[in-house]
Write a protein that binds this ligand. Sequence first.
Ligand code: HEM
Length: 321
Amino acid sequence: MDNPRLLEFENLIREMEASIAHLAIPDIFPWIMYLLPGSLTGRIFHLDLQKKTIHKFLNYFNGVRVFITLPQKEIEEHRATLDRDDPRDLIDGYLMMMEEKADDPNNTFSEKDLAILVLDLFLAGSETTTNTLTWLFYYLATYPEVQQKMQAEIDEVLPKGTLATLDNKLRMPYTEAVIHETLRKSSLAATGAQHVATRDTQLGGYYIPKGTIVMGAQETVHHDLRYWDRPDKFLPERWLDQQGKFTTKKEGFLPFGVGKRSCLGEALARMELFIFSTTVFQSLTFSQPPGKRIDLRYEPKVIFTHNPKIQDVLITVRPGF
Ligand code: HEM
């Protein structure tokens, strides 16, 4: 974390999130932009700030043109070493599709699209998982009894110093319960992504005309009394049956959205949350700093996602590590 370029990138992502937050109102009510003069909407919704942040972000890669050519360099390297019988990653797969579709007049594959796709995945995939893990750390620092139970399970299943694999999941129901309760309680992507109705339709008794922007209300669903007993409480036990087995709830739980456009990275995110949290709590204990309480309220500056506030946490090495 001492790497200045990494820190700069981290700050830029936070600035971008904060500037995007101002766009929440016109995103939900786009007609506002037509009612008010441009100079006013620009000021009210901080459009200048957003433009500035995007510019700064692109400059991070040494200028807008280089932003496109930097991933292109990566693409060139991939193309030069591509083994069609053994594609290594998304870039290899995309390049093969590009070749396959080269003669198709409706082809939409391009190097620019690939560069932006890689950036998109990086943005969608880094802050979401990082913030969810931060929530998990805050909850466990606040509820030491939950942390002790999770650590007891880790100690039982993973001999000291052994890293977890996905095969261990079945034997670690309490850890799974903690991860699911973190996803529910934090409701990080509180409204999911915006979608647009592509045709007039009916949903749940409501008429939704073509062009309507539709957003989820994930946080409300995650706190709905019809699905959850004492929804405001952080209770991993709600995910366990009487034998202590993990039970996946389907209804009332949609941290990754639903349907065709649900989170592309769900499997990766679930894997990261499991491997990272078991590794961390195997050797470390998180607690509230002396004389302070962890603030579990959302960061108010960010509107679209429920980010945790930046604050101190006391971390101690577990005996024997
Ligand atoms: C705990 C971590 C994560 C959470 C809570 C999360 C949540 C979400 C949600 C709620 C959506 C919108 C779904 C909808 O509107 O119905 C979404 C979309 C998306 N997520 Fe994630 N996500 C996480 C991690 C990741 C990771 C690791 C990646 C990729 C590496 C990723 C890539 C994407 C992409 C590409 C979309 C857009 C999908 C589309 O529009 O078709 N996410 N995510």
